[in-house]
Ligand binder design. Sequence first.
Ligand code: ADP
Length: 398
Amino acid sequence: MSAPVLVINSGSSSLKYRVVDAERAEALAVGLIERVGDPKGGRLTHTVDGERHARDVAVPDHAAAMEAMTDAFAAYGPDLSTLDLVAVGHRVVQGGARFGRSVAIDDEVVATIEELADLAPLHNPANAAGIRVAREQLPDLPHVAVFDTAFHLSMPAAAHTYAIDRDVARKHRIRRYGFHGTSHAYISREAARLLGQEPEATNVIVLHLGNGASACAVRGGESVETSMGLTPLEGLVMGTRSGDIDPAVVLHLERTAGMDVADVDDLLNKRSGVLGLSGHQDMRDLVAAAEAGDADAELALEVYCHRLRLYLGGYTAVLGRVDAVVFTAGVGENSPQVRERALADLEVLGIELDQQANEERSSAARDIATPGSPVRVLVVPTDEELEIARQAIAVVGG
Ligand code: ADP
């Protein structure tokens, strides 16, 4: 049986789309429209049957981008009208405390997503704009919202509460929400499958290490702790984001360095992380520079891996029993150097990496722990679009 879903990720300046056959776990078409809103025009790429089509497109807004997408399907296929799409799944960044699961979209859901914009000013308005246009252009299909935060709504209060004045926190909805939930949900389930266990009986620590990076402690299929917080800035060291710092650094910069809110926002989100430390944002470049003897790159790599180890220790304490540590996303799936440094000498936590298995290149889900390691170490490729498609089907199907 085939069950194609159109998955849409509408960002502030881009529209990513994909037709995913959730039953067969394969992509039938993949597209990207860049520079949405740029008066100089944008660029569309659409890949189908291994062939990549590219063209310049005028995309002043999300409505135009969605039209460019429909045109691309008409020109290059597959034909959307004969595909028997089951649903349209929309990625939404911030679901607040309201959405603990994926939901069928109606006017009220769209309004709530817009209303949560103060928590995700860059993302939610763009997500909502994409949803509005898609519902207009594809009115006969059910639309489903899949939230980056939803998986983490199961975190206990002790984990999601910041120790600040409770009235201020309540008034401004300040708490830890966590992100990458679609990936953490998918990976923790796939990890259980690889271990031959039921998700409900499996405890894992997922390390989603892409450009953005987050850790998640999953107990019995539920997120009980994650490293991102109110925003994706908290937690691990990332490509350009600082992750955890003393919040007083912000005050210090504003008081003594003459920086305003926008300057600090830019510094911590775009000019920090391994980029800020070394000049290299891409992990491949960073590792190569460190191996060539660049001291800044070496320190950046050490800071990055030291933070990972802190979280591994903390999350082991949170979970009590850990069945596996799971690496995923660009860095996690592809960097043996990061995996090795992050897990070196962690026998005390029951983690023993098999050096040879770690070095082997593969795109398959795999176990890279020594045969005797009490905690397994897994590498599992993430597939957020497939997870969105599956969730959309689950919602539509009942
Ligand atoms: P995003 O968060 O943008 O979705 P990805 O999960 O695609 O990110 O990860 C992107 C990052 O993965 C790149 O910045 C790069 O550092 C890293 N990466 C990709 N391929 C490799 C590789 N072969 N070795 C090490 N790092 C890699």
